[in-house]
Ligand binder design. Structure first.
Ligand SMILES: Nc1ncnc2c1ncn2[C@@H]1O[C@H](COP(=O)(O)OP(=O)(O)OP(=O)(O)O)[C@@H](O)[C@H]1O
Ligand SMILES: [Mg+2]
Length: 384
């Protein structure tokens, strides 16, 4: 029989945001303790862990302090000093997913090259070199320019429909890719264990608010024909096998009108599109990630109930200590599961929480989620 002492493992988490917070909760359930590295004292994850190292994700000394005080180190963000992590791994520290893979993925150009080399279908792309205006015309419009590093929630993405949009270009090292006229944006979470075993979650559908790239509404399962769902899962698993990492991966996909699937990008971590798994799946994405990096058996990914999820974003024009308006009214709706992330201050469009709505009928879940979105508002004390 196997036996584990308590605590089962001390887990280091680089990044103290909401993903880390939900991971810490899952870790505690499994009998683990956590240390969080984040520059903001009292970060969302640090509050729950009870132990935080205050420091930057690019500070070699703090990264070392974290990895050396933990059995396994992981992350909830991508913008980390990977050189230090590679060094720590070489010294025998257990870090998952591998820092080398993180280095490839955090650079969108290297990520695309890796996917293309593995035969994974993606939008055609080239590196932007020299004069941007000339490079873009050579490539042809419509195009999507992406910052190589540091983008998230669409902040490193410029969609340029024609040369008239050129002034919206990003003045940073970047790539351009073909604009994909996607019918739907899908996501599939895949966990890969230390032994190479994988578990794949249901295909979900992501809807974005026009003009903003933050996920607006998530539907689980995606409303797509069964054969497309099978193909999407197969492609996601193939992608994760090609990358070869350990942990959970969020694979973002485009579905086009002719039924073809393209991989948009890979997140080497838990994903916003997987928050619904906390209530709607047998094993949630956070526990699954921990099982993978700890070398424990992976859990079942079955969907127990259809779900719709919305993000709660800070209201425009508001800042300071958050005020959650409409909370009681939202909680009065059956099937509403509210998550507040514990961020000390709100800013416009900041992710402050999310709501998952469970309902046997997905249309009813969506309708309730839309009602909740209209009811709930995160304003701030500093509103003028
Ligand atoms: N080639 C493309 N064609 C059409 N739309 C695209 C393309 N690439 C990206 N987009 C749109 O921009 C959004 C954000 O792009 P991407 O996922 O690459 O960036 P991101 O900043 O990493 O976003 P996030 O952190 O929200 O995942 C996509 O979800 C999609 O709506
Ligand atoms: Mg994305």
């Amino acid at each position: 029989m196997d036996a584990y002492p308590y605590p089962v493992a001390r887990i280091g988490i680089i990044g103290g945001g909401q993903l880390g917070r939900m991971m810490v909760k899952a870790a505690k359930r499994l009998g683990c303790t956590c240390v969080v590295l984040d520059p903001t004292p009292g970060s969302p994850a640090g509050q729950v862990a009870g132990h935080q190292i205050v420091g930057a994700y690019h500070d070699p000394a703090r990264l070392r302090e974290l990895a050396e005080s933990c059995d396994v180190t992981t992350f909830d963000i991508e913008d980390i000093d990977t050189d230090t992590l590679v060094e720590l791994e070489r010294e025998g520290r257990s870090i998952h997913p591998s820092p080398r893979l993180l280095a490839d993925i955090q650079d969108k150009l290297r990520q695309k090259r890796l996917l293309a080399a593995a035969g994974i279908p993606t939008a055609g792309f080239v590196e932007v070199e020299g004069d941007k205006r000339a490079a873009f015309s050579r490539f042809g419009y419509p195009l999507v320019q992406k910052a190589r590093r540091g983008g998230y929630d669409g902040r490193g993405v410029a969609v340029l429909k024609s040369e008239a949009d050129f002034d919206a270009y990003l003045p940073v090292p970047s790539l351009v890719e073909r604009f994909v006229p996607a019918e739907k944006e899908l996501a599939v979470l895949v966990a890969r264990g230390r032994d190479g075993d994988t578990r794949c979650y249901p295909v979900v559908e992501m809807r974005f608010r026009p003009g903003q790239n933050v996920l607006d509404l998530l539907l689980a399962p995606a409303q797509i024909p069964p054969e497309i769902a099978v193909a999407a899962r197969e492609l996601a698993v193939r992608t994760v096998h090609a990358l070869g990492g350990v942990g959970i991966f969020g694979i973002e996909l485009f579905l086009t009108a002719d039924g073809s699937l393209l991989v948009n990008e890979v997140a080497p971590r838990t994903h916003n599109s997987g928050h619904y798994t906390i209530e709607a799946c047998i094993t949630d994405q956070f526990e699954q990630h921990l099982r993978a990096i700890l070398g424990l058996p992976l859990g079942a990914t079955d969907l127990l109930c259809p779900a719709a999820m919305i993000n709660l974003l800070g209201a425009p024009g508001h800042g300071g200590r958050p005020i959650i308006r409409g909370m009681a009214a939202a909680l009065a709706i059956p099937g509403v599961c509210l998550h507040i992330y514990g961020k000390a201050a709100t800013t416009p469009f900041r992710k402050m929480g999310h709501v998952t709505v469970l309902d046997r009928d997905l249309d009813a879940a969506r309708e309730k989620a839309e009602r909740v979105l209209a009811l709930l508002e995160i304003t701030g004390e500093d509103h003028p």
